[in-house]
Design a protein around this ligand. Structure first.
Ligand code: NDP
Length: 477
């Protein structure tokens, strides 16, 4: 079996491989991927540091061309890479291909941004002095990514980091190294100079920790759990480095009496269960006003009966397996907790057997849940959602905002008044009206507030905030 190695200082290195397993069929080994040590991480950081002076002064046309070529290759190989993604992570083939296209579009966007780098020239308040405001790269950027978007998240961090002239040490989640390795391979062949991008696959507690502990990383961008995010924050404060965190969510989806029932059910099913509920923007709290509650729950049940849960690569599958045994245990533990707390398991929640051994779980919907229950407060990160019954819009908004998280928030309503009020008052970084809480564009800011995020926004032109530092220069005429 081919060993996929780490990339350090432009060389593919490392011998000790870890098997990448398909969650739809645990007998299917996708490949062997090298496991980096803390020493490898240090070598990668040193390589990125050495490459920084050259890359930070590279021409914008060179950056544009490399990002553009990468975008073109990702898009040309979307079916193959999308298949790899679905095979290693377990989202359906349509979702895998969609995410791959998204990654290509992100590289394309930042290829364009490389040609649009600009500053400002403004007059000083003092006579005969000019002021220039420019953006410079930050330095060595550490990129740490989770398993649930194996190609899109690496793309939305790597592309802007390179566009704005930074060098990179990149650590993907150990569970899904395949897409990350593929992106790095494409970038290298697109002409990236040695040391500009270094890949260190391996354990977070070893490789990630070595990155957090290094004084030579000037910025860390992290997506993952709240617990690890806090470690990134504390270590970054210690080294006085810039950091950006995208962490969990407990996103509410409000359904009002005046909602279009079909729109509400479709958006709720998508938000709660698509991508196996393993999205930080997934909605696991469906907050429903009492006039539509019973009709909504019944329609949800009907819709859920039609969902096909099977091998991610099979045609006709709507929902693939859970990513691994440990996440599956977390999901079933929360289903048990929900029952103990007194919520009613209205639909699903059973482990399923399919043709191949995999981590199959029937999506679960609780009713009669309250917002105080653990299933309503803690992130489950699986296909498990609960319906919380409320009196009216005011109570719905108050319950929606009663959470430590604040990533995405959705509402189903035909009332312009309520939609407008909700957009203004939802305590979240992203608000969706008659749309699922998940599913965002690549050219606009992404991120949350409260316990979900820290630092400036990712994606679109707002990404420049994190990947650059501003310089103000004064010149006497
Ligand atoms: P983790 O926090 O466990 O892992 C995220 C990354 O951090 C992985 O690459 C992991 O490595 C690494 N890591 C683990 N320990 C350390 C450490 N001590 N130092 C440095 N790095 C470390 O999250 P998951 O990958 O399990 O992802 C699921 C979680 O991420 C969910 O809670 C979800 O809500 C959140 N998430 C948030 C998103 C957002 O945008 N808000 C998007 C996607 C996910 P390894 O796993 O290889 O050991």
């Amino acid at each position: 079996m081919t060993l996929h190695q780490n990339l350090i200082a432009g060389e593919w290195v490392g011998g000790d491989g870890v098997a990448n397993i398909n969650p739809s069929d645990t007998n299917d080994v996708i490949g062997e991927y090298a496991r980096a040590s803390a020493e490898d991480a240090k070598a990668a950081i040193a390589a990125a540091k050495a490459a920084f002076p050259g890359w930070s002064r590279s021409g914008i046309l060179e950056r544009h061309a490399i990002l553009r070529k990468t975008a073109d290759e990702i898009l040309a190989r979307k079916d193959e890479l999308g298949r790899l993604l679905s095979r290693e992570e377990g989202k359906t083939l349509a979702e895998g291909i969609g995410e791959t296209v998204r990654a290509g579009q992100i590289f394309d966007f930042f290829a364009g941004e490389a040609l649009r780098l600009a500053g400002e020239v403004i007059p000083s308040v003092r006579p005969n002095i000019g002021v220039e405001i420019t953006r410079e790269p930050v330095g060595v950027v550490g990129i740490i990514t989770p398993w649930n978007f194996p190609i899109a998240i690496p793309a939305w961090k790597i592309a802007p980091a390179l566009c704005y002239g930074n060098t990179i040490v990149f650590k993907p989640a150990e569970l899904v190294p395949g897409c990350s390795w593929a992106i790095v391979d494409i970038l290298v062949r697109a002409g990236l100079p040695k040391g500009v991008l270094n890949l260190v696959m391996g354990k977070g507690s070893v490789v990630g920790q070595a990155m957090l502990d290094s004084p030579d990383i000037q910025a860390i961008t992290f997506t993952g759990s709240t617990g690890t995010g806090k470690r990134v924050a504390l270590a970054s404060v210690e080294h006085n480095r810039k950091y950006q965190l995208e962490m969990g969510g407990k996103n509410p989806f409000v359904v009002l009496d005046d909602a279009d029932l079909g729109v509400a059910v479709e958006a709720a099913v998508n938000s709660a269960f698509f991508s196996t509920g393993q999205r930080c923007t997934a909605s696991s709290r469906v907050i429903v006003t009492e006039g539509i509650h019973d009709r909504f729950v019944q329609a949800m049940g009907e819709r859920m009966k039609g969902l096909v849960i099977d091998d991610a690569l099979k045609a006709g599958t709507h929902i693939g397996p859970v990513v691994d045994q440990s996440q599956l245990k977390q999901d079933t533990d929360y289903i048990a907790i929900g029952k103990q707390e007194g919520a009613k398991l209205a639909f699903g929640g059973e482990l399923l057997k399919r043709d191949t051994p995999g981590f199959y779980l029937q999506p679960a919907l609780f009713t009669e849940a309250t917002n105080q229950m653990r299933i309503s407060q803690e992130e489950i990160f699986g296909p498990v959602a609960s319906v919380i019954r409320v009196k009216d819009y005011d109570e719905a908004l108050s319950v929606a905002n009663d959470t430590p998280f604040g990533l995405s928030s959705g509402i189903a309503t035909t009332s312009l008044k309520h939609a407008t009020h909700f957009k203004r008052n939802a305590e979240a970084g992203m608000v969706m009206v008659n749309l699922p809480t998940a599913g965002v564009d690549f050219h606009v800011p992404f991120g949350g507030r409260k316990g979900s995020s820290h630092g400036s926004r990712e994606q679109g032109r707002y990404a420049a905030e994190f990947y650059t530092t501003v310089k103000t220069a004064y010149t006497l005429a």
